[in-house]
Design a protein around this ligand. Sequence first.
Ligand code: DGJ
Length: 730
Amino acid sequence: MIQVKDNVFHINTKNTSYIFAVTKYGDLQQLYYGEKIEFQQDYKAFFQKRKLLLVSTLYPEYDVAYGIDDMCFEYSFAGNGDMRESACYASSNNQLSCFQYDKYTISNKQNNNPNPLAHNETESLTIYLKDKLNGVKLSLVYRIFNDCDCITRSVCITAGNSKLNIKRLMSLQLDLGRCDLKAITFNGAWSRERQKQEQLLTCGKIVNDSLSGASSARHNPFMMLAEQNADNFSGNTFAFNLIYSGNHYEMAEVCPYGKTRFLSGINPNGFELFLAKNESFYTPEAVMTYSDKGYNGVSNNMHNFVNKHIIPSKWQNKEKPILLNSWEAMYFDITEDKIFALADRAKSIGVELLVVDDGWFGKRNDDTTSLGDWYVNTTKFPHGMRYVADKLHNMGLKFGLWFEPEMISKNSELFKAHPDWVLGNLDRQPLILGRNQFVLDLSRKEVQEYIINALLTCIEDFGIDYIKWDFNRMLSDLSSKVTPLGMANHNYVLGLYAILRAVTTKHPDVLFELCASGGARFDLGMLCFMPIGWVSDNTDVLSRVSIQEGTSYGYPPSVMCNHISICPNHQTKRSTALQSRFSVAACGVMGLQYNLMKCSDDELFELKKVIEKYKKIRKILNGAEFYRLIDGFNDNFNSWLMVSENKGTAYLMLFQKLFSPVNNIPKMKLVGLNKNVVYSIEELGMQATGEVLMKNGLILPQNFMGNEKHPEMSDFSDFTARIYTLKVLS
Ligand code: DGJ
């Protein structure tokens, strides 16, 4: 709900309020973001009370007490006397633009923003600002998602009567009148994505950004600001994400006057835009949420937001097929016969989708060649891909195929025909390569058309049910033949979205999985087109548990693809029990990456059993509430609870990193259950009320002690994970 009263804008979601006002000078002043406050008759209590000059801050003529540098603004402009990092730097005729309030509208209309947007908002508010001097217009768009306590923010700027130069235009600014917060970011690298890091905010800035051309494994655009004592269960916490897949930028700054500013948007580093007279530019949409229930509180809001408002509606609440991917089973050494043999075994253990990964096209026998040549390698697949798809379909399996559409190998037919399609300057020596490949300049229409046609042809000719969309190198030289440098990354990303829009609109039934050397582009922009994503190449259970835990802060398990893989693990050489690999992979969209041809009958039987168990778990995955019961980044244990929407079923995952003799398994206080009913815990043969499990906690049987054994003990050794099933007794 939005109320506008005496120039105060008061937005309420289910549990939160966001309030700002127009000041007497036409600025927008941030007044409140936090726990829900009912609409008021009078908002005087929210304003700063100042009568005196705040020494050393700048002020508007005639009002020394309006200390610009100490105000909480809704959106700030360079040149306006605010010394903090500004949200907007725009100029025309060598004059900076500063904006003042003009008017507002409340509507449910979608605007013309070419970026992917969240869908099904409750309401939206647009605030129009104007630069009186040179006619530049700026609108701030707020869209409200009541059911998940989220508000999205985006900005549109329109040039006046002369050319406008823009050096930065952030999607979101949030000024908070406090400086007692910490920043929590999710950082990493290949095979070590989204590791949680907490930093106290003190005077100065913390930047969380990417310059890799994609959202990156280095710093995910999701981040939180929280009270310093906040944890998974308590403490006021704000969380933010950007619906964007390119270079992003999040900045938290504590100013000398005890305020904290947060910015999120396209990375201004390297960004520059010129707009012609009356031309407009739209930023991507950023999302923010607040909870007084700590990290789990904001995670739940973000999970609901992703499930209900980000992934394509078509895939909402749909169970995803259990797939077997050929990559670690065969790498490039794939053939039709091998795939059929693998499929046979896969089918026999309950797999539902067979994915032919890299190596099926052009002359692709290793990673030096053929990206861009999206036609079948007939040496490996002599009867073509339609034959493969038909045969798999006849076996009762779905058929999936790997693509890396944004790339081009130097050794390819495509490169021979269109060397100029490469992003970057081919005359520069040495050329900068990533996995032997170049990036296509997706800002070019003809490149977009080539990729769209190639994909549509394959989808239609082969009969594809699933596509894994990979992206295996970072962008470097952004020199484009058609796009100005300052817009090369952004227009690349818009080109990518245009391709994704065209292909997914034409084939809404094809399931897309996002992937980027593992999880290097795991973001809300990609999830708008693809309902699931490859979290990481690393499937080792110890590594994976922390990657999934880090990812769970901003993204729901229902979009996280996890595979059970063979031991020793290909990334870490570690060997762990199948039950443990299963228990962690099952907390998401489970699949397999396994050479079943090397499995004994016993192993196949075990795999069949865990697949059967997963088919029960996945039923609750889409609407489940997910809780981290322990901070796995700072503990020897990770513990996750997934509770079904009706609270009738819950799955508890417990993982132990290292065994130490005579240690205790922690007592876990469960959350989100129905306190008035009795739950049975299948694996333990015990029962307890929801109230007891939530107030006293679940006590697991004593762990084995090193030499003493008992049939009813727990058996958590190194890298052990287990899933416990809670069901309401009927
Ligand atoms: C990187 C992906 O993350 C892997 O799963 C696999 O698809 C390879 N690329 C194939 O080249």
